[in-house]
Design a protein around this ligand. Structure first.
Ligand SMILES: Cc1cc2nc3c(=O)[nH]c(=O)nc-3n(C[C@H](O)[C@H](O)[C@H](O)COP(=O)(O)OP(=O)(O)OC[C@H]3O[C@@H](n4cnc5c(N)ncnc54)[C@H](O)[C@@H]3O)c2cc1C
Length: 314
């Protein structure tokens, strides 16, 4: 498929990238590895006037220890992060989610920033313009209906980042810089819960750093997919445990991840969290597996991930 026309700009630093964005009058978008963005352009689901390439900004490509945090630049590739000396040892849930992301070819191109800011997906949305025109535009395409759930008032597209779940389980936060200045927020606050526009980023904001508390954790990541070689998660569950307390994150089943605290580590306690996640998960028939099966699997994978995280802690 052919790309639409756009201007290509390469920024040397963060201030230059924001200035380029301001000059575009809000019609530009940022480019990292392009593995999420380029297919969207080809399908005419995004038509920016300019692409501002962030890959030449050295500051966005480092991993360092600052105070009590591991600070990760958004342009670090998934492969680099997976193989960083601290990740497997300190953050096993993150190591496993990185390893489970698509395939190594994609991990070498895709960045952690782009992974977290990837758009939500739906079987009836990620389609060609001809296909979508024949079917009729849904909420996410600017229309007035949901093509999956008739008469629904919301968009049920799925947020499919594997690594957002493990980063949430590790209580990560993010730094953002934009035309209105800098701010730091908990990763949880980045999600709007609206499938049409899934993030709370302000226009022109760049994600500049991830911060993870530098504490050794035990953890696990469980992923449901059809083809282990490449597929997006049709459900993902990350668990991280530090000092007898844990966080459980469930994703791939709606526009934003679900996050739970795990305080009671008894068998009854973990069953309760798994049951709660199952009740609150609202998958619909917009992937290659049925909604009913994915809902049942929330319970199964949540218990499995918690049990593995606890076992590794012993
Ligand atoms: C075949 C295939 C399989 C895939 N499988 C998986 C999978 O199993 N699991 C999974 O999690 N993902 C999967 N993906 C999704 C995606 O490709 C990866 O998550 C990848 O990490 C995205 O990173 P990128 O650098 O290519 O992002 P890009 O495509 O460059 O960017 C994605 C979005 O983030 C924005 N962005 C990027 N960096 C910044 C920044 N610093 N500040 C502000 N905005 C920014 C861009 O504007 C864009 O909107 C898959 C993609 C493909 C094509």
């Amino acid at each position: 498929m052919i790309l639409p026309k756009f201007d290509y700009k390469k920024a040397e630093d963060i201030a230059a990238a924001i200035a380029l964005y301001e000059r575009s009058k809000g019609r530009a978008c940022y480019l990292a590895g392009g593995t999420d963005l380029i297919p969207l352009l080809k399908l005419r689901l995004s038509e920016p006037s300019a692409m501002i390439d962030l890959k030449g900004i050295p500051q966005l490509k480092t991993i360092s220890r600052k105070g009590n945090s591991l600070v990760i630049g958004p342009n670090v590739t998934l492969f680099e992060l997976k193989n960083h000396e601290t990740v497997k040892d300190y953050f096993p849930a993150l190591y496993e989610s990185l390893d489970a992301t698509s395939c190594e070819t994609l991990q070498m191109r895709g960045t952690i920033g782009g992974n977290i800011l990837q758009n939500t997906r739906c079987l009836l949305y990620n389609k060609s313009l001809d296909w979508r025109t024949a079917r009729g535009f849904c909420y996410k395409m600017g229309g007035e209906t949901c093509n999956v759930v008739p008469n629904a008032a919301a968009c049920f597209s799925n947020y499919c980042s594997d690594n957002a779940l493990s980063l949430l389980s590790l209580s990560a936060s993010v730094k953002l810089a934009g035309p209105e200045g800098e701010r730091k927020i908990k990763l949880e606050k980045l999600f709007s819960k609206d499938g049409r526009n899934p993030f709370t980023l302000k226009p022109g904001e760049i994600l500049t750093e991830f911060h993870i508390p530098f504490k050794r954790s035990t953890g696990a990541y469980e992923k449901l997919r059809v083809r282990n070689a490449i597929d997006y998660p049709l459900l993902g569950v990350a668990v991280s445990m530090i000092g007898g307390k844990g966080k459980v994150c469930v994703g791939g089943i709606g526009p934003a991840p679900l996050v739970y605290d795990l305080k009671d580590l008894s068998g009854a306690g973990l069953k309760e969290v798994a049951q709660q996640a199952r009740q609150e998960a609202r998958p619909v028939s917009n992937t290659t597996l049925s909604a009913g099966y994915r809902k049942k699997m929330v319970n199964v994978l949540t218990q499995r991930a918690i049990k593995r995280a606890l076992k590794e802690g012993k």
